[in-house]
Write a protein that binds this ligand. Sequence first.
Ligand SMILES: Cc1cc2nc3c(=O)[nH]c(=O)nc-3n(C[C@H](O)[C@H](O)[C@H](O)COP(=O)(O)OP(=O)(O)OC[C@H]3O[C@@H](n4cnc5c(N)ncnc54)[C@H](O)[C@@H]3O)c2cc1C
Length: 459
Amino acid sequence: MTESTVATLKAGLRGGLITPSDSGYDEARKVYNAMISRRPQLIARCADVADVIAAVNFARENKMLVSIRSGGHNAGGLGVCDDGLVIDLSPMRYVRVDPKKKTVIAGGGALWGDVDHATHPFGLAVPSGIISTTGVAGLTLGGGIGHLTRQCGLTIDNLLGVEMVLANGKFVTATAKENSDLYWAVRGGGGNFGVVTSFLFKAHDIHTNYAGPMLWHIEESVDVLKWYRSFITKAPRDLNGFFAFLVVPPGPPFPEHLHNKKMCGVVWCYTGPLKKAEKVFKPIRGFRKPALDMVGPIPHPMLQSMFDALYVPGLQWYWKADFVHELSDEAITQHVVHGSRLPTMFSTMHLYPIDGAASRVKANATPWAYRDAKWSEVIVGVDPDPSNKEKITNWAKEYWNALHPYSAPGAYVNFMMDTEGEDRVKASYGKNFARLQKIKKKFDPTNLFRVNQNIKPSK
Ligand SMILES: Cc1cc2nc3c(=O)[nH]c(=O)nc-3n(C[C@H](O)[C@H](O)[C@H](O)COP(=O)(O)OP(=O)(O)OC[C@H]3O[C@@H](n4cnc5c(N)ncnc54)[C@H](O)[C@@H]3O)c2cc1C
């Protein structure tokens, strides 16, 4: 790679090229997880499809390591790479809603907050995650679990098609009718198959939910977990609720007597008719009076961004995850031991329900193999202070080690760091792995796109 080839790339990019000598370099290479610090050679800011094609061709022709970055939220920082080229889609944040067809087109660099902002005035919503600053691309390509999973399925279950740039620089559309193998693969197979420049989603009639957190004292967590495991799996589809161990933040809107207390809770989201909500919540409130009940009517975008102010970019994060079929009494005992030892105010453990609509999709209909699991568990050690890195990492590892014997062999790929290894990726895709490898061989035979939870091309 010569200076003149770099200059040619730079001249052709509408979004701009950032190199280590540029003043914006350190800002541009930052990702959400401050535990990650990688130094790419080049960052191609892509403003449009033409920029993406130029960047992909440049990486291939110059045999550069390449990573794809959208929202920058990936746990293991897989949007950036050392010494390679970052294809950064963050300028492509457009969203277009078709209220008649109830569909949404989102640019490859859009954040979920952009989608919620655009869809809400039409009384529509696309199922996504629980933090609005997460990228549409990374979350969708890995699966997408959130407040609407039980009602509407995973994000990929609402993905109608994508436009993308392949490793050979070709621009293609993938839908159920066109490039259907690629369409199958991108619904869970991550960034392995090319750079997605736009997503087409089905949207749902969702405007105002009856939702929010409900907390109980940590001493009650055995009872809460035992009640929760049977309640949520029998609950109607329009009621979602993820379980959490957490520390109450020391500030409003939380009452002072609960500040800094370790607690357990469920973050509910009911999308049914508001007039029925009190009735739906009667058995929940009747199970045991919560120490804090913040559940009530809330516009969907407010729920989606409820935790944004707590989890700002730049914290240290260490992630461990698993799929869970059953929450046995033994598993609950271990959860309570480790959940009661949250090492910092930001650290948490979530159990996201993935039954309901998500479980009605066949295990081979998309790469997401664990359609029979009931929960996606994630343990995250989080803190602003880099000197607590070991403390949060050790806690997450110990917690996971204690729970893994009660969990499935695989995990949701979007809840994993970059260090889990090939066997774990294989376990996470289960019986779908071989098909993914074949499709990888067809569309990316040289594994150009390998900075991800990598699926190597079949031999
Ligand atoms: C605070 C926080 C909350 C989260 N909450 C949820 C949640 O509720 N539900 C959930 O399901 N997940 C959640 N996640 C996990 C999230 O889904 C992953 O971190 C995901 O990778 C983030 O996508 P991104 O675009 O922001 O990340 P990036 O780091 O930009 O990208 C991640 C990876 O995705 C691929 N990729 C990104 N853009 C493209 C593209 N345009 N084309 C092809 N490949 C691409 C690449 O392989 C890249 O390495 C959360 C993460 C964080 C940090």
